[in-house]
Write a protein that binds this ligand. Sequence first.
Ligand SMILES: [Zn+2]
Length: 346
Amino acid sequence: MEELLQQVDLYKKEIENFIGENGDTAEAFRIKFLGTKGIVKNLMQEMKNVPSEKKKEAGLLLNDLKQTAELKYETLKQQSTSNNQQSNMNVDYTLPGDEINIGTRHPLSLVRNRIVSIFNRLGFTLAEGPEIEDDWHNFTSMNMPENHPARDMQDTFYVHQNPDWLLRTHTSSVQARVMEKQKPPIRIICPGRVYRNETISARAHCFFHQVEGLYVDENVSFADLKQTLYFFVQEMFGKDVRIRFRPSYFPFTEPSAEMDISCLICGGSGCNVCKHTGWVEILGSGMVHPNVLKNFDIDPEVYTGFAFGMGIERICQLKYRVNDLRLYSQNDVRFLKQFAGVVPLV
Ligand SMILES: [Zn+2]
């Protein structure tokens, strides 16, 4: 009983000295003293240990404590409302407002939109697909069966629970999904994020962005491919740019070719950027391999097609001279703000 008396005395003092500043402290006070697990409730529970002849005295004492706490809580609440009103009255409406910073479009979005818009004008429609893919859409259907050596160049990240699921290594998987559902003519452009298991450096990253295109119809030829891509680079880099094709190998196209454009810095005479060759590589392309068409029940005797793929970062690098891949994902506003003046094409 003595102990209880002392405790109640101490709490009373604490209540008297409690200084409230805003609504939050009033609420903190309520929880501490009057909440369901608060001090007053706790002490009430102690009543069962008090001998019966002292119960009345103890009850009065606790009731008094409860009332003191409730009174204090009301005062704190009132104080916080009047404080709020006070602070509202202190606002000087004649001061200039805080500056609102308007963001800029990310350089990769600018370039992506521009690429998509150029191909839209040629009749290519936008197609998108999932970033988590299965083996069939990413590799096997693209003429890269299990154990195909070309898979080594596209190591990626696999989903632990299901080894058949992976993060797509190219947006060819979107082409696969479109060919699955749609019959020729097919004319699509597929932009998106892709992944590779690579060490991050200025020239490589574990993810980057691609745009791939696919055109399948009767009588589609390599000449169509060449003319389409020539139109694209002229729209992207200017009318003076020249192109050249070099034979290459991709499992999903036959024949395959890499396309170079004349160096934008030196115009072809040779500089550091083009390693003194006058040419810079920008994309891979080729005629769709008959096996790929067969995988989607498209008769390669009737239909032919071309496909191409480019890295958006690569195009951005050539257009805006960004030499470090890591800058794109570091979210450094000093970098991002430099693109504020680019007029976005939608
Ligand atoms: Zn050059």
